[in-house]
Design a protein around this ligand. Sequence first.
Ligand code: ATP
Ligand code: MG
Length: 749
Amino acid sequence: MSESKDFLRTIVEADLKSGKNNEVITRFPPEPNGFPHIGHAKSIFINFGIARDYNGHCNLRMDDTNPSKEDTKYVDALKDAVEWLGFQWKGNVHFTSDYFPKIYDYAIELIKNGKAYVDSLTEEEIREYRGNVNTPGKRSKFAQRTIEENLDLFERMKNGEFKDGEHILRAKIDMSAANMKLRDPLLYRIKHSHHFRTGDEWCIYPMYDFAHCLSDYIEGITHSICTLEFENNRVIYNWVLTELGLDLPRPYQYEFARLGMNYTVMSKRKLLELVEGGQVLGWDDPRLPTIAGYKRRGYTKESILNFCDQIGITKTNSMVDVAQLEFCIRDDLNKKVPRVMCVLDPIKVTIENYDGFEEIDASYYPHDVPKEGTRILPFSKEIYIERDDFCENPPKGYFRLTPNQAVRLRHAYIISFKEVIKDANGNITEIKAEYYADSKSGSDTSGIKVKSAIQWLSIKEAKQVEIRLYDRLFKTETPVGIEDINTNSLEIIKNAFVEPAVINEKINVRFQFERQGYFYADPEDYTNAKPVFNKIVGLKDSWGKKTKVIEAPIKSQSKKVQIDGTEIAMSEDQKNLFTKYTSTLGLNAEVANIIARDESLSKFYEESLSMLNSPVSLANIITNEVARELKQMDIKDLKFSVKQITQLVKTLDDEIISNKMAKQVFEDMVKTGKDPKQIIEDKGLVQISDPSVILPIIDEIIAKNPDNLAKFKAGNTKLLGFFVGQVLKSTGGKANPKVVNTLVAEKLK
Ligand code: ATP
Ligand code: MG
């Protein structure tokens, strides 16, 4: 756990200390309507983590109140995810459906207290009567039904006398409340649908607002932790428990920010679309952000837990860079797994002056890793090297084999070029080379200087394997749907080769294939006859390089060329900064690298941090925007100040403006040096995130488009995007897209 306590642990500690609670009991309450994803990992880490840290316990509860979408296979996947992450729930798995009889009795109790009534308006009318933020709602005439009438109707609802939607049970709260959620929320609906556990026993099902607080109460939950979109539901949560006069101690609800990650979609519904639409090969497709997908790909639980710890618990929604997760897995495997050689695109090299055979004893681990172990590497006259490790007409800075440049074979000898053999089309089919007998790695007396070492395999002993290379599933940073899919996200190489030890010794299921990345023996498809490896992650964040325009300015350093000839080593000071940025401040490696290596950027960054504790957002704006300006001039010549940048970041963090708006503001700051606040005001750039402002607009758009609503309900889920788009449009692009997305999805559910 990080040293500083998050706000939830602060609350829990205070409650234990004051005696409000004797024990902390949390729960993780997923709906079994899909496989859990990395967002759920965050929730599991928080709920089970807090219970563990304070010697309490955490329940696993399936929130199974929507029979048409739920299934046992999802229950199993959820259980598996919790266990795989190393947590254990107390006792049996709980199900909200276990409490249906009790929840029904509580509903009767509320009716008897005059606090709930059966309404018989149509869905349209209910929406219309609710009003909007500016207009108070009006109560249905059915609210005047007597207690006896309500009890009778509710019982007949239960007995299946009515069709879906004919009646509904509502709480009687306040039709003109500013918080729209309080305008007589729905408690029970009729749904004639087979439930995967209770079968056809029930045809009425409790709504979230009624079922959740009562399930928490029944289980004796002390701290009911959920995500921010339920903030406005908290009053209903408390209202139900209070109106029923339930004994203390009662559970209380606390909200944290849900995890959003770029280049990915996260809701179970969207993931289901990809699975059902055949865009991926199943819920455990290694390209999905599901726990099953990460597991299959080769992620370790340690890397995922570490990621959850790094992102922390906050109360403002933010987008985490997927590179940060990739950094965590790389960081975990770097010191754990053996390093071996593989060749993905082989080309034959014949070493003309070598005629024997030897077995080289090569270490599995580099010298700075505190692990030991070696394997035998066969060396012979005919070897494979990677096709692009040879270049006939090398560009400047090419450090591998060329007609005029020798290269070291990793763990073995230095070779130099003699001749190239080509086929009729001019493709290279073989390279002839010679080796230097006195250049053997570890006892090199040849005096020959080379600029890099490459991987190779003795052809006779090499083992053929299938390699699956994965790239991001989406090509855009905030994907909306299928149109954003990266069509090159899976590449299968059938004709790759690895060292014999990888297959024969099996000292691990994960390996670093040197210079290629980290790989995992596919748990489903690997057989001895056909070994299959999944690429877990590359050695560096190559995606960041592809998309980001900013390059780390290289100041005078001791120029040490790394094995692949692209990296310049950092100075001690830079290394220290890099470590601090990645491990203490939670920056992803790419961003940390850019800042740490550049003195003016790190100076700017450090100064901004002293004014605003928002390391990730500051780093993002500094590497993406400020860096461009600092390339052209000195800090003291900039028109804007460090302080103004922190003000800009603060408005971003508070979700007053969007990322896109921030870019606009920054451009103006560069030119005019005006305060961001002023610019935001002048341009009228305020982002709308308040659900109570957005919800009525959504209602309006839904009401205006009955045809599309019907199509959506009939299964055309792509129309979600249509509704979101319309809402954004009608706010002139000012509504917070994430909030709109969530709210629209909730509405259409
Ligand atoms: P989805 O939209 O993916 O279906 P959900 O919010 O409906 O997610 P549930 O399965 O109903 O998810 O919720 C289980 C728990 O996990 C809830 O407490 C929910 O708040 C939490 N959770 C879901 N998604 C995230 C996320 N992205 N970040 C953090 N917590 C999440
Ligand atoms: Mg859900």
